[in-house]
Design a binder for this molecule. Sequence first.
Ligand code: HEC
Length: 99
Amino acid sequence: MCFRNIVSAVILILGLSACASTLYLPTEQDAVVQNVSLNTLIRGRELYISTCGGCHNLYLPAKYTNQEWILIMGKMQEKTKIDDSQKELITRYLITSAK
Ligand code: HEC
């Protein structure tokens, strides 16, 4: 029984750490399409990981469309302490690989 708990804890931890590392990584091409620097998209991704995973698992960007992400970010900004420029960075990242 105890062994089983340890095994599920390990599986849970592996699962959680896999989330952030499999999250879409923006490319130079995305930066050209979005007309921003690649660094801007990467900072958006980091901010997404550090501010949006506290209350629920990180949702994959491809789960929602651009329009949906913009609406969601409006709602979620109220739940976080991010300012408008941070919201902009996260939104940029999310719509890079949106549905
Ligand atoms: C303080 C807790 C909290 C933080 C931080 C938070 N969320 Fe949420 N999120 C929620 C709750 C609660 C829901 C459930 C639906 C609701 O209340 O609107 C939710 C739902 C969602 C959903 C599901 C779609 C929906 O509208 O229900 C998405 C996507 C989402 N959050 C993205 C984000 C993003 C992106 C961030 C970072 C900017 C973020 N969340 C930060 C609490 C949080």
